[in-house]
Design a protein around this ligand. Sequence first.
Ligand code: ME8
Length: 637
Amino acid sequence: MSERFYITTPIYYVNDVPHIGHAYTTIAADAIARWHRLNGRDVRFLTGTDEHGQKVMRAAAKLGRTPQEHCDLTVRRFVDLWTRLDIQYDDFIRTTESRHKEVVRSFLQQLWDQGEIYSAPYTGWYSTSAERFWTDEEVAAAAKGTVEELKAGKLTPVCPDSGAPVELLTELNYFFRMSAYQDRLVRWIEEHPGCVLPDHRRNEVLGFLRKPLGDLCISRPAARLSWGIPLPFDEDYVTYVWFDALTNYVSALGPDRARYWPADAHLVGKDILTFHTVYWFSMLMALGMEPPRQVYAHGWWLMNRAKMSKSVGNVVNPSVLLDDFGPDAVRYFMLREIPFGYDGEYSDAAFLLRFNSDLVNDFSNLVHRVSKWAATPLGPAAGFTAGDEALLDVARRATATFRAELEGLQFRQALEGLWELVRATNKYVDSEAPWALAKANNTARLATVLRVVQEVQRMVASHLWCVCPRSCTEVLSRLGLATPDLRVGLDVLPEGNVARAGDPLFMRREAKAPPPEPEPPAIKEVPMSDTITYDDFSKVALRVGLVVNAEKHPNADRLLVLKVDVGEAEPRQIVAGIAKHYAPEALVGKRIVVVTNLAPAMLRGVESRGMLLAAGGADIASLLSPLHEVAPGSIVK
Ligand code: ME8
């Protein structure tokens, strides 16, 4: 039987609307899966959705649906997006399927029988508004103090999410003896250097394991959270979502577990590295199973220097890019633009630049510029010049680089390598000038030059197919090939082969004119004689804020983006139309007055959560500042 290769993506939260960050991991896994299939391996590529937990339960309740109905509807967003992106997964697992639930319960039962799970009181800070527990560290940070101060009763404990008071609660829960695996985890990771990649992430995990490792609370009382998998040994509890979710990588294999486990590669974002190494490896060790051969944590797509995420409001919707550019352009851009393992900034300008330079000028041009002679039968695979052989040498190097880099998940380097061949071939066409050969009736040399170029088209399209399947399938079909052929040589296409001409694969696009900058919201001059009630006034929440950071807005000259500490766990991001009046650096460290309960708004693509008070009406004369150094978050009335 052929060598097997099992690759997975995270299972995404079914409740979310997928953005290009989610697409990134799935595109990378698809490219690798296609590559290994093409090379004859027995590939299993798994993706899916994570469907249990508080958020799903709440969202469903809000919409008047059962949680299952809600999942059945929202899962379509992922399935449809993967179809549009030409993702060829072999299996899609949903954690609400019975095949998954059965395995989770059998794992729990086994660990319970082995004495790996025990029950004990759990004490934590419970927030009724967030319906969850917070740790001492989280509550102390939210209360702007230390854990020691919190324990000494010197802080008012508040919820990091809502700022509402939290109370110390104790409830009985079940714990997995994860702490017992600390030494084994360290040893395993040290002895298997490739099991956590890139290396800087491996060091991060080893660093984490230098601190004492606690046991893992793996239950939630069903009275509080019913949307989960009941524990097999105590139905009053449901399984902690991460224990449930991680098990998908095994549950999806069903009867093929022996063949495909351990997985060859779990691709994940760096945000979920600890879960996939510390939690998952120790769970598997306790179950007597081998950890995965590789967990590869890639970086984040950022926009405006922040992680792209729904809550920040800086997401790029892949459907919009797909409508405009099609799947190959999205797939190519994401894998070519940033090194796998590092963060990168998304911008429409960068997307367009890559599209026009790499896909239009280089790749599409390579195919289109000789399509005029598509009907000319190919010459024999003989009579090559030194120039022809030199190009074949470039092809050997480029394809070898592509293979090595791709198999090491270095997509950017793989594509860069292949592009050397694309560019060298365009230069070759410039210097061999088939149009001049045709004009001079030199049909023998023309047939040879066409062979060389068409063979390169075949080699490029066959390799690139795993990243850009749609356009490469078209190129290959124009050459008369139904599937990619990875052989490196100038003698693969038969003598007399006739190609088919077609439209350019990609057409140049111009940047869309930026939308006009919105007018600053008009400041209404309220006559001093107009009165409001005290109740009207008390609806406005005013606080003292401390400016901790200020930067120019990336897309608007008159706006600044401030980070203002208003006494919450995190500084607020506030966009203000004051760039003409204040240099960003002049504001840092200043105390100002902030309206904190203004509805959030997007200002030229950046979310603003609040407003500053200023004197001078439309033409700002001065921001308002308290006379003394009062603490950030102090109420203003
Ligand atoms: O964490 N840049 O699901 P999730 C790059 N259900 N990748 C990003 C990204 C960004 N800005 N945003 C998301 C979960 N991703 C759990 C996983 S697995 C057993 C359970 C990608 O829907 C990246 O792969 O929040 C990240 O790890 C994943 O989406 C998180 O997806």
